[in-house]
Design a binder for this molecule. Structure first.
Ligand code: SAH
Length: 321
């Protein structure tokens, strides 16, 4: 069970009394889940553009300021409005200016823009194809993995808190003897931060700890892990298959932790019902962040052999700029 202050169940407690992640916009209040879902959808619109909390609104002023500081800056010197994740690139370009001159800065900015566009394309692929097709895509183009992960790190770096740190805190409060499977582990921050044995699965070998595989088919025996984690990793369109795989490897009574972008949830109640059909009982949930939801489940048994309607998550698509 999550410690109350760590991962409170909005349905049971007074979330207003508990702040969201440090620095996050103040949570709007207690969710009667469905209503909260709607409210959060409005507030978090643009989450997937990695601008939760409203950097999009701030951008024009920031841009004016940046242009004002650049000699010869202004519309004609700037090729176009920067996309998400490109502010740092622009800054990098500007930093390069003293040594390399204006053309070096411009080139750096253009490269960042291209990278941003490629990241958005890859991200869209991951959310709109099956996990198997995603595996094929990355096998065919290993450079795509580098581009994707660079873009991902940049997006999440703008959030007040990366959800993986919440999961780390959760794990540190439970026995280190529990075996964990991290589905879509990225750079293995989770494994690096806890004493538990963590099986790390990803398409990208960002760390030697990673077992490269499709998360819908991980090389673990049935009922071999105590905790399965999906941190911003429920990406494929075959969600049911992926969660069935997590169910397979989890021990009876084991824990499933899901952290996902808040605006991806169309109907959290329907999602939890669908999870129940897949053999996961909701134990606690924290819907207090405008950025991401944190859900804790316990495995009740194997999935029921019927499709689980409601198991829909909106793709997390980035706006084109
Ligand atoms: N959990 C990490 C990374 C999240 S990004 C973190 O929170 O930092 C999502 C990760 O899922 C990426 O590393 C991506 O490569 C991985 N991923 C996407 N589809 C996958 C699939 N079908 N099988 C395995 N990993 C996948």
């Amino acid at each position: 069970m999550f410690a109350e202050e760590e991962w409170n169940d909005g349905a049971q407690g007074p979330p207003r009394a508990r702040p969201g992640p440090r620095g996050a916009p103040e949570g709007p209040g207690p969710p009667a889940p469905a209503a909260a879902g709607k409210r959060r959808r409005r507030r978090a619109a643009g989450d997937c553009a990695a601008e939760p909390g409203g950097p999009a609104r701030k951008r024009p002023r920031e841009r004016r300021r940046a242009e004002g500081q650049r000699p010869g800056g202004g519309a004609s010197a700037r090729p176009a409005r920067p996309g998400p994740g490109e502010r740092q690139g622009a800054a990098a370009g500007e930093a390069a200016a003293p040594g390399g001159g204006r053309s070096a800065a411009l080139r750096a900015r253009m490269e960042e823009r291209l990278l941003g566009a490629r990241f958005r394309y890859l991200n869209e692929q991951l959310y709109t194809c099956s996990s198997r097709d995603a595996a094929r895509l990355f096998r065919a183009d290993p450079d795509a993995l580098r581009v994707y992960h660079r873009g991902f790190a940049r997006q999440v770096g703008r959030w007040p808190e990366h959800p993986v740190r919440r999961i780390v805190r959760y794990l540190r409060r439970r026995p280190a003897s529990l075996v964990v499977a991290d589905f879509g582990c990225g750079d293995c921050e989770l494994a690096r931060s806890v004493r538990n044995k963590v099986h790390c699965f990803d398409l990208a070998p960002l760390s030697p700890r990673v077992t490269v595989c499709d998360m819908a088919e991980v090389p673990l025996p049935a009922e071999s892990v105590d905790i399965a984690v999906f941190c911003l990793a429920l990406m494929g369109t075959n969600l049911q298959e992926i969660l069935e795989e997590a169910n397979r490897v989890l021990k009876q009574g084991g824990t499933l932790l899901v952290a996902e972008v808040a605006s991806r949830f169309e109907d959290i109640r329907a999602f939890l019902n669908a999870m129940a059909q897949l053999g996961f009982r909701s134990v606690s949930k924290d819907l207090s962040s405008a950025f991401f939801f944190l859900l804790e489940f316990a495995k009740t048994g194997p999935p029921h052999r019927r499709p689980a309607p409601g198991l829909r998550l909106r793709p997390c698509l980035y706006k084109r700029r």
